[in-house]
Write a new protein. Structure first.
Length: 317
């Protein structure tokens, strides 16, 4: 295994990018911001579900994470391989081991293969601020255990991830806990976020930011009777508006209906807004917002209600 003995010229970053998820976008933006400040001459190759979009947004060379030939070539050209943050090691869906090291749509399998590819290509590999969710099958445990044992260095984003690694038998004692990269996202570069809410700032009023997502254990389509929790949120927001005079800003962390209802926050905003007595005080953005704009919106809110993991991270940072 090659060790890092010089400043890298090219860094390969593998992560769950290109799905227009604010949490993952904020991770990538923060990683690039930090690395470019320290290593201004370095080039980056990044995996993405939307390579053209990722290239345009971040000024990197992007490759499709299902394009194994391009991934191998990108890693071959790089001096360092980095698996970016987020809950990349999980078993949200059954692990299909037949897709290991092949063109495969299962992202959890892909991430587990990256350290093995790096070892085969003799490239140093870092697992950076990754999350490890509970693992159930022997196949998933074996793949994640191998990934951590083969990597050059590993950092997890929380003590719970480290505990999962211990329970599945990862022996190395040099794995460290660090913060989620989104904590370091620079807020000042997203100052234009108010243009997404053109009707919300006619008066100098406090506002509560709200991050919600579609969620039901019973159905995965939009033609269903309103969930009880949505009505309770609407009632609570009405009460907050009446007591404080504040407006409500709904803040989307994903607006990608092409990936399914769990990937689009906008419809649940309209459903909750429609059940509010003070719907005129609740505002839904008129355009897409990027991760730095979302971070600036959260920083500017008086109160923020979180449902997604990175809405919590950005609100406390």
């Amino acid at each position: 295994m090659k060790k890092i003995s010089r400043i890298p010229k090219t860094i390969f970053i593998a992560g769950y990018y290109g799905y227009d998820i604010i949490g993952d976008d904020s991770i990538l933006e923060s990683i690039l911001y930090q690395l470019r400040n320290s290593l201004p001459l370095v080039d980056f190759i990044v995996t993405s579900a939307n390579p053209a979009g990722t290239t345009a947004a971040y000024g990197v060379n992007a490759v499709g994470f299902e394009d194994m030939a391009a991934i191998i070539e990108g890693m071959r050209k790089s001096d360092l391989v980095l698996v970016g943050g987020g809950a990349v090691f999980n078993e949200y869906f059954p692990v299909r081991t037949e897709g290991f090291l092949t063109q495969h749509a299962d992202f959890n399998v892909f991430c587990a293969s990256v350290p093995l590819l790096a070892r085969a290509l003799q490239k140093p590999c870092f697992l950076y601020a990754v999350g490890v969710e509970p693992l159930y099958s022997n196949e998933a445990k074996q793949m994640v255990r191998a990934a951590f044992e083969l990597t050059t260095s590993a950092f997890v984003r929380d003590p719970g991830s480290l505990e999962v690694l211990r329970t599945i038998g990862v022996k190395r004692d040099d794995i460290k806990v660090t913060v989620d990269p989104a904590v370091r996202l620079p807020v000042q570069i997203g100052r234009n976020w108010k243009t997404a809410y053109p009707d919300a700032f006619s008066m100098d009023k406090p506002f509560v930011g709200v991050s919600l997502r579609h969620w039901t254990e019973r159905r995965t389509h939009l033609d269903f009777v309103e969930n009880d929790w949505e009505g309770k949120v609407a009632a609570a927001l009405d009460q907050f508006c009446e007591k404080t005079g504040a407006d409500v800003l709904f803040v989307p962390f994903q607006n990608s209906p092409q990936y399914g209802v769990y990937s689009d926050d906008i419809p649940v905003f309209y459903r909750v807004q429609s059940r509010m007595k003070h719907a005129e005080q609740a505002h839904i953005p008129h355009r897409r917002m990027n991760s730095s704009e979302i971070a600036a919106c959260i920083a500017g809110s008086n109160v923020f209600i979180c449902t997604r993991f990175h809405s919590v991270i950005l609100s406390v940072s």
